[in-house]
Design a protein. Structure first.
Length: 578
């Protein structure tokens, strides 16, 4: 067995050597011009994302915070209000009426592609744009400000791998940070290019303020303060660019600002967010996990290759100018990883809770900047290593190839290959059959879902009492809780999940739990002891239950009226509530 392993290792090493030599020779000989490199990179990116086109709606996309919510919110917005609808608009389809900010709180240009191409193909167009912007931004950021035209194949390789990261959902919140950073540094240095100002104005309309915008502006502010201290004067270019960026976010996120500052009647359920404190050891482990693994909303995939490269480069690097940039970014990652872990440390919780009552933002989200910084570190590290070793082509190419292979294993379609396809998840034909059977205008009744994401019903145009929203009225949370209170009392973890967070106002049951991904492509075991207050459901306007499981202990309050066979949901049970 060991001999077989060594033979495999030998073949792999030989393959890497051949690929590296060809790759580096090709780059250095034929693609000396940066525009040729960019064209090559764009071609590879198109190839990388082409499976979305070939598979079409049979593609298996990410479910959490994506199929179950983000794409549903887009469809509801485009169906009922439009891209630039008023912040006063109320969407009756979700949870008996939510303001625009609770459904989709930004004027986001990514919505244009959804409007033109539809939900699935709009998502695909956004994926292509995200990859292209990520590659171009990282390429020029490294070339101009970090690698200084040294080893173009490193610059090209790192930028391409960064573009292949499994960026969450459909905006450039993370992928666009390098091009934003590049434009800001150009403006800071007095380069008079209209393109940089366009990027600066464009970025807030294609990204999230609360996920990365707030934190990148904090970094820009630190750079502005650094320049004031160093130069003893204000860099008005930096100051103006920061103001433009802030103004762009105010305009693009106006529905959020409207509810926060002008809608006194709206009290968000976020006001009751409560974090359960962790001990010191737990905070340390959480910090280490952030440094090594990152967070799934902002994958940087640094654990196996980038961190060993980092350690290797620290041993070898001797250039102090490189070290200053290198160490500054590394210190930022370490500090923000510690902040991520220790912000939930029990002694710090009172301060965190008080701060969240004033500004309802998760201040630990500096990790959304980590992917950009990790790949800057990777590029600097590889250049530093190249100056201090022999056979650098083999070593550097091997690092890039291994990191590329690791990132490729996280391709969205491969990672979610065992999940239902886009078509299966939303099961339009199955829900059309339900609509036809009910035979009434969908706005005239409300549904609740058991064992199936409410977003599926919403995507198909049904009006639901349950739903998922990052900010909805606190009063509604209290009202909805009455429906499921008996089920919550049976399971402490489920109770804490809803009471301390509650963004998912679902019909949770102790028998099914909160992980609905377990119920695809199979017959779900019946629920034997469901304790839901159906009178409260009826009081709130609910008429029907859409369930993936049979309710065995149904009382006089509900009646099974039909079942519907399908693919992802092998059988849906439709109950009427009296």
């Amino acid at each position: 067995m060991m001999s077989a392993f060594f033979r495999m290792f030998s073949y792999l090493s030989s393959g890497i050597l051949i690929i590296n030599n060809y790759y580096i020779k090709f780059i250095k000989t034929h693609l000396k011009n940066e525009y040729n490199l960019i064209i090559l990179g764009l071609g590879i990116i198109i190839l990388y994302f082409s499976p979305y086109v070939f598979l079409g709606k049979n593609s298996s996309l990410l479910i959490p915070d994506n199929l179950d919510s983000n794409l549903v919110w887009v469809k509801i917005l485009l169906t009922n209000g439009g891209i630039f609808s008023s912040p006063n608009l109320i969407f009756d389809q979700i949870m008996n009426g939510l303001p625009r900010s609770s459904v989709y709180g930004t004027y986001d240009i990514s919505l244009i592609w959804f409007k033109i191409f539809g939900i699935y193909w709009g998502y695909v167009v956004n994926k292509f744009l995200i990859g292209i912007i990520a590659f171009v931004g990282m390429f020029f950021l490294l070339k101009v400000y970090f690698l200084k035209n040294k080893e173009s194949f490193i610059n090209f390789g790192v930028a391409l791998i960064f573009a292949f990261l499994p960026f969450w959902s459909f905006t450039i919140t993370i992928a666009g940070l390098p091009i934003l950073f590049y434009a800001f540094l150009n403006i800071r240095n007095g380069k008079k290019s209209i393109i940089d100002w366009i990027i600066l104005i464009f970025f807030p309309f294609y990204s999230s303020l609360i996920l990365s915008g707030f934190f990148i502006m904090f970094i820009f502010l630190l750079i502005l303060i650094y320049d004031i201290i160093k130069l003893r004067r204000i860099n008005y270019y930096s100051f103006a660019s920061l103001c433009f960026l802030a103004m762009g976010y105010i305009i693009s996120h106006f529905p959020l600002f409207f509810d926060f500052f002008f809608n006194d009647d709206f009290v968000s359920h976020r006001k009751e967010f409560k974090t359960i404190g962790i001990n010191f050891n737990g905070a340390v482990v959480k910090s280490i996990d952030m440094f090594l693994l990152g967070q799934w909303h902002a994958y940087s995939l640094q654990r196996y290759i980038s961190i060993p490269v980092l350690i290797f480069s620290i041993i070898l690097l001797k250039d102090k100018r490189v070290n200053l940039k290198f160490l500054s970014i590394l210190v930022f990652i370490i500090i923000t990883s510690l902040f991520y872990g220790f912000i939930d440390w029990t002694p710090f919780l009172p301060f965190k809770n008080q701060l969240n009552e004033i500004i309802p933002i998760q201040f630990d989200r500096f990790h959304f900047l980590h992917p950009m910084f990790w790949y800057i570190i990777l590029g600097i590290s590889l250049v530093g290593i190249s100056r201090n070793i022999r056979n650098k082509n083999l070593v550097l190419g091997s690092f890039l190839l291994l990191q590329l292979m690791y990132v490729l294993s996280f391709h969205e379609l491969y990672k979610n290959r065992n999940s239902p396809s886009f078509s299966d998840f939303y099961s339009v034909e199955q829900f059309n059959a339900i609509e036809k059977f009910i035979g009434k205008p969908k706005e005239s009744y409300r549904t609740i879902s058991i064992g199936i994401y409410p977003g599926v019903s919403q995507y198909n145009g049904f009006y639901t009492l349950d739903g998922y929203s990052s900010s909805y009225p606190l009063q509604y949370k209290h009202q909805f809780r009455k429906i499921i209170c008996s089920e919550l009392d049976k399971d402490l973890k489920l109770k804490q999940y809803f009471d301390n967070w509650g963004s998912r106002a679902y019909i949770f049951t102790t028998e099914l739990g909160k992980n609905y991904d377990d119920f695809f492509y199979k017959t779900v075991q019946p629920v034997n002891n469901l304790q839901i207050d159906f009178k409260e459901v009826k009081k709130m306007g609910g008429d029907y239950i859409i369930s993936v499981t049979e309710i065995k202990n149904r009382s006089e309050n509900i009646d099974l009226i039909q079942t519907f066979k399908g693919t992802a949901y092998s059988k849906i049970y439709l109950y009427y509530i009296y």
